[in-house]
Design a protein around this ligand. Structure first.
Ligand code: ADP
Length: 197
């Protein structure tokens, strides 16, 4: 299994009480699965992705990626594991403001990768693929929202992740760019990665 949730719960506790964002969720994604979770705003979709990405510890239940129990790893080992296995596209993109498009993408290069990827070449290929060629030296503040979204996606794809998690990755794109992004995600899943939107 690429990703497995077993009886996962996550609540947020604050001054105004408790919000049960994810309640007893179990599912599994295998090689090549391409799944989109839908539901109204506030139903827990982003929370679920953060849990799956190793970024938010569940209160109970188990989350495994490629048979590794994510939250049994130390924070440091989980970060390494994430770099090696998971691509994540945040809803707010979280690009580094003082780096160019090219450097934002290349900065994701996983230093522990076994060396079969030439990261600069791959970054250039993704930039061309996503129509960012004319913007590669620009910083995020100089980009449209759609261009930022495509940069964030290219960064998430750089390491050829075994699982890609993306929070509404076509939400800010016109029809043509949405189709390019979906084509790329389909290709990724055809090559065996699991994709969860
Ligand atoms: P969705 O992505 O489906 O819109 P979220 O996962 O963002 O939903 O949120 C699910 C619920 O959890 C919402 O009611 C939201 O207000 C609450 N929530 C999300 N993040 C936090 C947080 N950091 N602290 C407290 N409550 C949160």
């Amino acid at each position: 299994m690429r990703l497995q949730f077993s009886s996962v719960h996550k609540s947020y506790k604050g001054a105004n009480g408790e919000v049960r964002a994810v309640k007893d969720v179990s599912f599994a994604l295998g090689e090549g699965d391409f799944v989109a979770i839908q539901g109204p705003s506030g139903c827990g979709k982003s929370t679920l992705l953060l849990l799956a990405g190793g970024l938010l510890r569940p209160e109970s239940g188990r989350i495994t990626i490629a048979d590794t129990d994510l939250y049994s790893l130390s924070a440091e080992r989980r970060a390494d594991f994430r770099a090696a296995n998971i691509g994540f596209v945040f809803q707010q993109f979280h690009l580094v403001p003082y780096l160019s498009v090219m450097d934002n993408i290349a900065a994701a290069a996983n230093p522990q990768h076994n060396g079969s990827i030439d990261f600069k070449d791959r970054a250039r290929e993704l930039i061309d693929r996503f129509g960012l060629g004319a913007r590669s030296k620009h910083r995020p503040a100089e980009l449209s929202t759609g261009e930022r979204q495509r940069t964030a996606l290219a960064r998430a794809l750089l390491n050829e992740p075994t699982i890609l998690l993306a929070d509404e990755p076509t939400g800010n794109l016109d029809e043509e760019n949405a189709a390019i992004v979906l084509d790329h995600l389909t290709e990724l899943s055809n090559a065996g990665s699991a994709v969860l939107l």
